[in-house]
Design a protein around this ligand. Structure first.
Ligand SMILES: C[S@@+](CC[C@H](N)C(=O)[O-])C[C@H]1O[C@@H](n2cnc3c(N)ncnc32)[C@H](O)[C@@H]1O
Length: 284
């Protein structure tokens, strides 16, 4: 199961109204789509993962197998009353060992959410040591990136990497796990972001969203990584949209307790200028 994160905040920010049309750009387990439908909204969804598309069938909505960067070519003229992004991976993807995202269950070293051309196995076995270190540092904020890259390159000379646990063990030999923190976490995250070209995808998704909101439409973004959140924050600031919540919304302690995967979530919302005028009038 995927437990939707910040669900009530997302609904409140999106301001779902009956009959209005919403784009759920990250269908995943369908938690957000289902909640929007329950509030009377109409949903068009997308996901780059075919397994997510298959899950959408039971909701009876149109869910398209595509990436953020394909939105402009597939829906060039559509305006939405709200667009929501819930970045990152779903629990379905992490928990299924065969997908190769997990450092807790053994599986093929893959990490592709969709149709990416490279897999984690290619990255770990083929990249030069310096490039590997740079990507672990920049996408993972991992302070031991150079030592990890060195350990990976030394190991692969004897035996190329094929499985997630094989990689996790080598990383943990450099960054030992502590209670509540697995030493492989940041490096796995970095490789996943690289394999799926996640930051470029987010940039495309935000660019699309900013020009496809109806008057009064809302854009809601849930990020899990400081790089994602910074991209969202800067893009919203530079956009014609108006920030809705000045302070970023984070999960309550109760939500983090019930769903530890929510702990790094950050929600930002913006609305288009017309709504801003409306709010200003209302405040006067
Ligand atoms: C965190 S999950 C979304 C969970 C969903 N909100 C729910 O409540 O079930 C993120 C989903 O977005 C999808 N995704 C990530 N990047 C994408 C992209 N660039 N284009 C389309 N889908 C993407 C992933 O495949 C994953 O299924």
């Amino acid at each position: 199961m995927h437990q939707p994160v910040l669900l009530n905040d997302m609904l409140a920010c999106l301001n779902v109204s009956k009959g209005k049309i919403y784009l759920d750009a990250t269908f995943g387990g369908g938690g957000y789509s289902q909640a929007i439908l329950e509030q009377g909204g109409q949903v068009i969804a997308i996901d780059r993962d075919q397994d997510a598309i298959d899950r959408a069938k039971h909701l009876g909505i149109s869910c398209f197998h595509m990436t953020f960067s394909e939105l402009e070519s597939i829906f060039p003229d559509t305006l939405f009353d709200g667009i929501v992004f819930d970045f990152g991976v779903s629990s379905f993807q992490i928990d299924e060992a065969e997908r190769g995202f997990s450092f807790q269950k053994d599986g093929p070293l893959d990490m592709r959410m969709g149709k990416s051309t490279i897999s984690a196995k290619d990255v770990v076995n083929d990249l030069k040591e310096k490039d590997l270190a740079d990507l672990i540092f920049s996408y993972g904020d991992e302070p031991r990136s150079r030592s990890i890259a060195h350990a990976i390159c030394t190991h692969r000379q004897q035996k190329p990497f094929t499985s997630t646990l094989q990689l996790a063990q080598v990383i943990r030999s450099v960054v030992p796990s502590k209670p509540g923190f697995d030493g492989a976490t940041l490096t796995f995250q970095a490789i996943r972001m690289y394999v799926n070209d996640e930051l470029r995808e987010i940039h495309h998704g935000l660019t699309y969203a900013m020009s496809h909101l109806s008057p009064l439409g809302r854009l809601v973004c849930v990020s899990f990584h400081s790089l994602e959140d910074r991209l969202v924050k800067n893009a919203l600031k530079a956009s014609p949209l108006t920030l809705f919540n000045k302070k970023v919304i984070i999960p309550s302690n109760a939500e983090i307790h019930a769903n530890p995967r929510s702990r790094s979530a950050r929600l930002r919302c913006a609305c288009n200028n017309l709504e801003n005028q409306h709010i200003k009038k209302f405040e006067k």
